[in-house]
Design a protein around this ligand. Structure first.
Ligand SMILES: Nc1ncnc2c1ncn2[C@@H]1O[C@H](COP(=O)(O)OP(=O)(O)O)[C@@H](O)[C@H]1O
Ligand SMILES: [Mg+2]
Length: 596
């Protein structure tokens, strides 16, 4: 019994799960409810046609043929053809409108999903990988058709048809109808029997598909590492393993599918002969007519059609529900809160105060503990400390990429939480170690976040960032396209573009993760020179890897294991002879860099 229950649950819709999902999905369909209305009207108009046609045929065979009236034959014949044509036109219109409806709903859903993704907090992106996010947008959205309004309309219409057809079968011939009904039950019982294993095998195919595309994706993005370590064969083997698994899974599914199709086809044919035999016997016994038998066949095949499409709608619905649930996993993740109304106020100077701030990425794994620090307006503050001490995390709390768990951060005396996110982020320029650039022109990359900038300003910023010279050497100058991930630029060039972008944005606060060893000294000197100009009159927070940066800073925060253990000026800290002195002796002084 329990076993039966599970099977039953797997093949029929579960209303307590279906309706809440439909309700949540409805707002995406609501703007097009007139379109749905027209589709519904076309479906309802088409309904009597499939009911009327077999009766006309019965009348033709039983009455008109007997009477020998050829004029009547012509009229009935024309009516049949006319009705069919009309039905076809209706169904054409219905498909067309339906198609449009689906496209519009998907358009809305896609737009909503991407807008939501853009506003999700940084933590979402550290918790989920790109594959997870992309497959929501790509695969799951494609599967939604089963949740659309027309599915339910179609289900309702088909249910009505099933009832009407069964009624008419009994009206025509009770004995035949009973036989036909038993056949239908056997037929679809067999179908149900196969549907669960089929679905399981289908899931295996989907899983194998994901694996092959992941293997291929990794091969493409990791190509330089693969080449450098000559792992082409290993990667190919990985891919082939996934691919063979895919072939096996597809074959296993097709095997079952073909078998079930053949078996069901056989059942249908044998069933039809059976009906013919029973029908013929009843005609011989004078209990039925040829017209009856013919009409009966037509209704029976209509009944099969309606039942079959009910089952297909159901399996579509199930798939859509799974996909919609996965999409809602993303949509239910709360977006960043803007917290305050926008002011567009841009203070010329910014002072930042950390008040007993603690933070962790995951519960119970403390990353920053009781951090209190003051970053004075216009000062240059260096963050130093071993790798993993929490310097980057500290810096990321300022633009609210993450929120403190306890404590508060004040900007010019105002809690960051009481500022609109955009007001805050407009004040901060971030130049990370690994600069991201879009595959757009150099001009667009420099002007990013500042779309009104005029060409003169862009060039001025590039000059100030020591980038102008290398830019004009490209054949297309500022209009040159940067490849995906900035492949055609060196690390130093990318960083200078990022600096140019921030010079153009002109924020009063600069956060800079100093480059480690990846730059050559000429490139580094150019960057230092550009920064020297840029840092003037700004509050800058620099994760320092270079002795010169540390020495020239107005204030130094020494991080270790998520705490600030010392702070002060270079000479003061050195005089203390503590952890800073140790760092200074072991890392900065010897010209070594702290690597992250
Ligand atoms: N996105 C993240 N999720 C979980 N833990 C993280 C994340 N980023 C950093 N950490 C952890 O937080 C600690 C501090 O990292 P980080 O601030 O990058 O240090 P630093 O910049 O000083 O090298 C490390 O232990 C690191 O493993
Ligand atoms: Mg770091």
């Amino acid at each position: 019994m329990a076993h039966f229950k599970i099977k039953y649950a797997a093949v029929l819709p579960r209303p307590h799960q279906t309706w809440p999902l439909v309700k949540r999905f409805w707002p995406f369909m609501q703007p097009y409810k007139r379109l749905i209305g027209v589709v519904a009207a076309l479906m309802i108009i088409g309904l009597p046609i499939s009911v009327a046609a077999p009766f006309l045929v019965k009348y033709l065979i039983d009455t008109v043929v007997q009477s020998g009236d050829t004029r009547k034959l012509f009229v009935i014949g024309s009516a049949l053809i006319g009705l069919t044509l009309f039905g076809q036109v209706l169904s054409y219109g219905q498909s067309l409108l339906n198609n449009r409806f689906h496209l519009l709903v998907l358009y809305r859903m896609r737009r909503h999903l991407f807008a939501h993704l853009l506003h999700l907090p940084t933590s979402f992106y550290t918790q989920h990988d790109t594959g997870y996010i992309m497959s929501r947008q790509r695969d799951d959205l494609k599967n939604l058709s089963g949740m659309m309004a027309d599915t339910f309309l179609r289900a309702a219409i088909n249910l009505v048809r099933v009832i009407i057809f069964i009624g008419l079968l009994f009206y025509l011939d009770v004995a035949l109808a009973a036989t036909g009904l038993i056949l239908t039950v056997v037929f679809f019982g067999a179908n149900l029997l196969f549907s669960r294993p089929l679905r399981r095998r289908n899931e295996a195919v989907q899983e194998a598909e994901t694996k092959t595309s992941t293997a291929m994706h990794e091969g493409v993005i990791g190509i330089s590492l693969i080449k450098a370590t000559t792992q082409e064969k290993v990667e190919l083997r990985r891919y082939v393993r996934a691919l063979s698994e895919h072939v096996r899974a597809v074959f296993r599914r097709d095997l079952l599918e073909i078998f079930s199709d053949e078996l069901i086809g056989l059942a249908a044919t044998v069933g039809a002969y059976f009906i013919v035999l029973v029908g013929a016997y009843r005609i011989m016994a004078g209990e039925s007519t040829f017209g009856n038998l013919f009409a009966f066949f037509m209704y029976l095949s209509n009944l099969f059609g309606a039942t079959g499409s009910l089952m297909r709608l159901n399996s579509n619905l199930q798939r859509s529900m799974n996909s919609l649930q996965r999409i809602y996993e993303v949509l239910d993740t709360p977006a960043e809160t803007m917290t305050a109304p926008r002011t567009r106020h841009k203070p010329p100077q910014c002072e930042i105060i950390f008040n007993d701030v603690s933070f962790n990425y995951m519960p119970e794994v403390s990353v920053l503990q009781n951090i209190s620090a003051k970053i004075s307006a216009g000062a240059q503050v260096a963050l130093v400390g071993p790798s993993g001490a929490g310097k980057t995390t500290f810096a990321h709390l300022i633009p609210r990429f993450y929120e403190p768990v306890t404590g508060s951060i004040l900007l010019n005396g105002k809690n960051l939480r009481e500022m609109h996110l955009y007001d805050l982020r407009r004040l901060i320029g971030v130049v990370p170690q690994d600069v991201f650039l879009f595959d757009r022109t150099i001009r667009e990359n420099i002007a990013y976040g500042n779309h009104v900038a005029d060409p003169g300003d862009i060039e001025k910023a590039a000059v100030a960032a020591n980038a102008h010279e290398f830019i004009v050497e490209f054949p297309n100058g500022y209009e040159s396209k940067i490849g995906e991930r900035g492949i055609r630029l060196s690390g130093g060039q990318k960083q200078r573009l990022a600096i140019a972008r921030e010079i153009l944005r002109n924020p009063p606060i600069l956060i800079l993760d100093e480059a480690t060893s990846s730059l050559d000294s000429a490139s580094e000197a150019l960057i230092q020179e550009a920064l020297q100009r840029f840092k003037k009159n700004r509050t800058s927070i620099i994760i320092a890897h270079r002795l010169s940066t540390v020495i020239e800073s107005d204030w130094i925060l020494v991080f270790d294991k998520g705490r600030i253990i010392e702070q002060g000026r270079h000479e003061e800290l050195l005089a203390q002879g503590g952890f800073y002195t140790f760092l200074f002796e072991t890392q900065f002084k010897r010209g070594l860099v702290v690597t992250d």
